[in-house]
Design a protein around this ligand. Sequence first.
Ligand SMILES: NC(=O)c1ccc[n+]([C@@H]2O[C@H](COP(=O)([O-])OP(=O)(O)OC[C@H]3O[C@@H](n4cnc5c(N)ncnc54)[C@H](OP(=O)(O)O)[C@@H]3O)[C@@H](O)[C@H]2O)c1
Length: 201
Amino acid sequence: MIVSLIATIDRELAISQDGRYPWDIPADVARFDQLTHGHHVILGRQAYFDRYLDQGATALLGRRVIVLTGNPERYRPILPPTVELVTSMQAALAIAKAAKDTEVFLAGGSEVYDLGMAYADRLYLTRINTQLKTGKIKRFPRWIDHRWLVQQTKGPYLTEGHTYSYQELVYTPPKDEGRIRVRTKTRATHTAVTPAESAGE
Ligand SMILES: NC(=O)c1ccc[n+]([C@@H]2O[C@H](COP(=O)([O-])OP(=O)(O)OC[C@H]3O[C@@H](n4cnc5c(N)ncnc54)[C@H](OP(=O)(O)O)[C@@H]3O)[C@@H](O)[C@H]2O)c1
C-alpha cells in the first residue's frame, strides 16, 4: 500500500491561516477528488471540522474517511456515521491496509502531515506562488526535498481570476533510502525550494 500525503501549500509551506483553509482553487479541489476517489483518506480532527463538517454525510463521498482524534467519545455524536474515528496514525493506516487499499491519502492538517512524513511514499503538492503573511499560519513539514525525486511537475497554471499561479508536483523519496530513512522520525532541516532546484538543475 502506498502512503501518500496530499497538500496545497504556498511558497513557504503554509497550509492554513487562522484555522481556516486559505485557498479557493476549484481545479485543485477537482484534482484532490480525482486522486483520492475510491481510496481511504486520513484527516486530523481539526482539518475535518474546518473543511468538511458543514457538508454532513455528503462530505468526501466515494472515499472511506478516517479522522484522527484524541477524544473519539466527544466527537462521535457530531460526525457522520460513515466517518471512522481512530486515536493513532498506526490505527488509521491499519484500517486502510486491512481493506487492501492500494493507496491511502493523508490529507492534513499540519499535525497529520507531521505524523505522516514518517510513512510517506509519495507527496502530491499543489504549490501556490504566493506567501501568506498575516494571521496564525500552520505549515507542511520541512522535509529534505532536494533529496526527494520530483516525479511529476505540471503547470504553472493560473487560478481563476488570475490571483496567483500554481504548480502540481509529485515527489517520491530517495531511492537509496526510501521509507527506511523517513521511518527514523528524524526531523529534517530544509527550506522550501523551487521545483527546478529540487530536481538538481
Ligand atoms: N492546505 C491544505 O492542503 C490543507 C489540507 C488539510 C487541512 N488544512 C488546514 O489545516 C488546518 C488544520 O490543521 P491542524 O494542524 O490545526 O490540525 P489537524 O492536523 O487537522 O488535526 C489536529 C487534531 O488531530 C488529532 N490528533 C493529532 N495527532 C494525534 C495523535 N497522535 N493521536 C490522536 N489524535 C491526534 C487531535 O484531535 P483532537 O483535538 O480531537 O484530539 C488534534 O487536535 C485547517 O485550517 C485546515 O483547513 C489544509
